[in-house]
Design a protein around this ligand. Structure first.
Ligand code: SAM
Length: 287
């Protein structure tokens, strides 16, 4: 028999999502957030930060395919990668599947998230136990991009919502530093919130990006656990275009197999519904 315990993630007035919980596996509070891992009835194990679902075993492949392989397969030879946030390990796991990668630096602010996921969600976090190409830093991504002298081919901002320590990850100063850290042909992709519930955040992210980069886009994917199902990532580069510079041969040569990503999804993801296109009018360069 399953327990009667349900967790509820509330968003807009009158809107929330509920998951039946079989067992609470981990529950702690760090200086940044609460960190919980629960075993659910339908979605496998789930990580929640401050009560918001970050990852479920059932659908994490979608988010991690789309945040990682879209930029990795546009760039002709991604070698040095930076992941900011991503404490569950899923993004680093996908980055490290690419043979071209020589080094992946991951900067996660909250040690507890990594520890909890290593212990309870090996599906995403196994890689965090140690990988010869992974440099895992527990620290603030905002400070890291301010101080590093390294240049990265791809920077992936796999962050929580713009609250607390993640708030500056959505601002102009951060992206000014990101630009400075990108190698020629560099790409930055960031967690871009919901087209339905976060129109204002999407607009301000694109305003920030379009004032710093030549090519700025937003692309969408569907998933099971984020409010509204439809979710976005932003894309920015000073040289590469996500459609014109995308070649099917890069997928073939990678030798990788994916459960969500494919060449059709890659192209379609950049086609926006009209309400989202209107909201971001003038901010998507080279549409
Ligand atoms: N897939 C998730 C989502 O969109 O809901 C995000 C996953 S990951 C768990 C997000 C991580 O970003 C969190 O573990 C959080 O601690 C981390 N984070 C927030 N602000 C940060 C910062 N300034 N520097 C580094 N990591 C940060």
């Amino acid at each position: 028999m399953f327990s009667d315990l349900w967790i509820e993630e509330k968003h807009e007035v009158g809107y929330g999502m509920r998951y039946q919980v079989e067992q609470v596996l981990y529950s702690k509070k760090s200086e940044f957030q609460t960190v919980d891992i629960v075993e659910t009835k339908g979605h496998g194990k789930m990580l929640l930060n401050d009560g918001l679902v970050m990852v479920s075993e059932r659908d994490e492949f979608i988010y991690h395919d789309m945040i990682t392989h879209v930029p990795m397969l546009i760039h002709p030879a991604p070698k040095n990668i930076l992941v900011i946030g991503g404490g569950d390990g899923g993004t680093a796991r996908e980055v490290l599947r690419h043979n071209s990668v020589e080094k992946c630096t991951m900067v996660e602010i909250d040690k507890l998230v990594c520890e909890a996921c290593i212990e309870h969600i090996p599906q995403t976090a196994e890689v965090l136990k140690g990988h010869k190409k992974l440099n895992l830093i527990i620290g603030d991504g905002v400070k890291f991009v301010q101080e590093t002298k390294e240049k990265f081919d791809i920077i992936i901002v796999d962050s929580t919502d713009p609250i607390g320590p993640a708030a500056p990850l959505f601002g102009p100063e951060f992206y000014g530093n990101v630009k400075k850290c990108l190698a020629p042909n560099g790409i930055v992709v960031s967690q871009g919130e919901s087209p339905f519930f976060n129109e204002d955040i999407q607009k301000s992210m694109l305003e920030v990006l379009s004032s710093a980069f030549e090519n700025t886009y937003i692309y969408n994917f569907s998933n099971l656990t984020y409010p509204g199902g439809l979710w976005s990532f932003t894309f920015a580069s000073n040289s590469l275009d996500p459609i014109a510079d995308f070649k099917q041969s890069r997928i073939d040569e990678s030798g990788l197999e994916f459960n969500y990503y494919n060449e059709g999804i890659h192209k379609a993801a950049f086609k926006l519904p009209t309400f989202q296109r209107k909201n971001l009018e003038g901010l998507i360069k080279n549409p």
